[in-house]
Design a binder for this molecule. Structure first.
Ligand SMILES: [Mn+2]
Length: 318
């Protein structure tokens, strides 16, 4: 990981924007909000925050998240734009224009497929979440971490380790989580807010999608499809597909699972999970990427053709 002098960059910048990635998750939002809080607490500077959509229901309690906006004046030139947990520039959504125009850019991420697109890059693929990288930077550089900042960092780590269950849950992850608890974070309160407040509609919707899942290669591959018309029935900001693909991967025979979300008749979004197969590599065939056992991509084809293409690639690997 590069050694950069982020403190100096912040001191020199008066207009700062922090951007999360499209379809925001707990890591990108938690890291963005922790950085917002950190910059305010330590430098008394108020950064702007970009979110591509409404705040997902799951993260409604995250400190500072309601200050994030999904539109900024395109003519603005920021001194500094920081992307967090954004694996590739095109995952920024509309903030990419502001990123490209900024005088300085910093890319804080942990995806192994990250091409180091920032002028400065703080990228560590061994980190369990982008928030872990930020926490370590805060500690090494003696940033004050107050309770709201600690809560944001905790959400980043909690969600990217699947609630401290995935293979990236190392001793270091638990040590940092414990340090955040020492700072006042209440694990039960955050767990309930993030994981145990689904609406009835979401639970019923997920049960319906799972019940229609398909299996192939002796049940080593599982997949499910969410059609646009089904998702449109729900107007909530809740992410109706969160956790779905993990449920398919949990099936004992399954080696690789994927969820296909129809965007329109010619494109669909894929989330892929595996137990041993490198799905970041599979997704990179479609210009996507991510982590070894959790990756995603967008395929420019109908749902049925996308399913065929992925099953073919996975078949060679299971
Ligand atoms: Mn992440």
């Amino acid at each position: 990981m590069n050694k950069i002098n982020f403190d100096d960059i912040i001191k020199k910048s008066s207009k700062i924007l922090i951007t999360s990635h499209i379809n925001p998750d707990g890591d990108t939002l938690g890291t963005m909000c922790a950085l917002y809080g950190g910059i305010y607490e330590n430098f008394k500077k108020q950064a702007d925050m970009f979110i591509s959509s409404k705040v997902p229901y799951t993260y409604r309690d995250l400190p500072f998240v309601n200050l994030a906006k999904s539109s900024y004046d395109k003519s603005l030139v920021y001194d500094l734009v920081i992307s967090v947990d954004v694996a590739a520039k095109d995952r920024m959504g509309e903030s990419i224009e502001l990123f490209d125009k900024a005088k300085m850019t910093l890319n804080i991420d942990h995806h192994k497929t990250n091409p180091l697109y920032g002028k400065e890059n703080l990228v560590d693929p061994s980190a369990a979440s982008a928030g872990m990288i930020l926490y370590k930077y805060f500690k090494e550089n003696n940033w004050k971490i107050n309770l709201p900042i600690a809560e944001c960092l905790y959400v980043s780590i909690l969600t990217d380790t699947g609630g401290f269950r995935y293979e990236n849950t190392s001793a270091e992850v638990l040590k940092i989580a414990s340090e955040l608890v020492d700072l006042g974070v209440n694990p039960n309160k955050i767990f309930r807010s993030v994981y145990e407040t689904k609406t009835k509609h979401n639970v019923m919707f997920q049960a319906d999608v799972i019940s229609k899942a398909k299996f192939c290669s002796d049940d080593k591959i599982a997949y499910a499809v969410v059609y646009k018309k089904d998702l449109e029935k729900y107007t909530s900001t809740e992410d109706f597909t969160e956790g779905l693909v993990e449920k398919l991967r949990a099936i004992d025979s399954v080696e690789a699972a994927f969820l296909v979300k129809e965007i329109d008749s010619k494109s669909c979004k894929i989330s892929m999970r595996s137990k041993n197969i490198d799905v970041a590599e599979v997704c990179s065939s479609f210009c996507g990427g991510g982590h070894t056992f959790a990756a995603g991509c967008v395929i420019k084809s109908s749902v049925s053709l996308a399913v065929k293409k992925i099953v073919n690639l996975l078949n060679e690997r299971v």
